[in-house]
Each structure stands twice: as structure tokens, then as C-alpha cells.
Design a protein around this ligand. Structure first.
Ligand code: ZN
Length: 42
């Protein structure tokens, strides 16, 4: 599962095609389900 860097909608990757079907944006961010990487300052 990916997240669009433009509209922020969740995008499912299919056959290596990484492109937002909603706005056509080509830059997506990886989203890990159940394992969200968070950066916290100490
Ligand atoms: Zn989009």
C-alpha cells in the first residue's frame, strides 16, 4: 500500500506501476500496515 504524495490518498500498487489513479501523481510514499515508522525526538 502506498500513499500519494500529492492528494494523500491510499494507492494500491499493481504490477510495479506506481502512480496515483486519482490525480496522476507519480511520487508515492510507502506505507507499512501495522508497522508505522515514527520518528520521535528524545
Ligand atoms: Zn494522488
Amino acid at each position: 500500500m502506498y500513499k500519494c504524495g500529492n492528494c494523500g490518498k491510499q494507492v494500491e500498487t499493481d504490477k510495479g506501476v506506481v502512480r496515483c489513479p486519482f490525480c496522476g501523481y507519480k511520487i508515492l510514499f510507502k506505507e507499512r500496515s501495522g508497522n508505522v515508522t515514527t520518528i520521535k525526538g528524545r
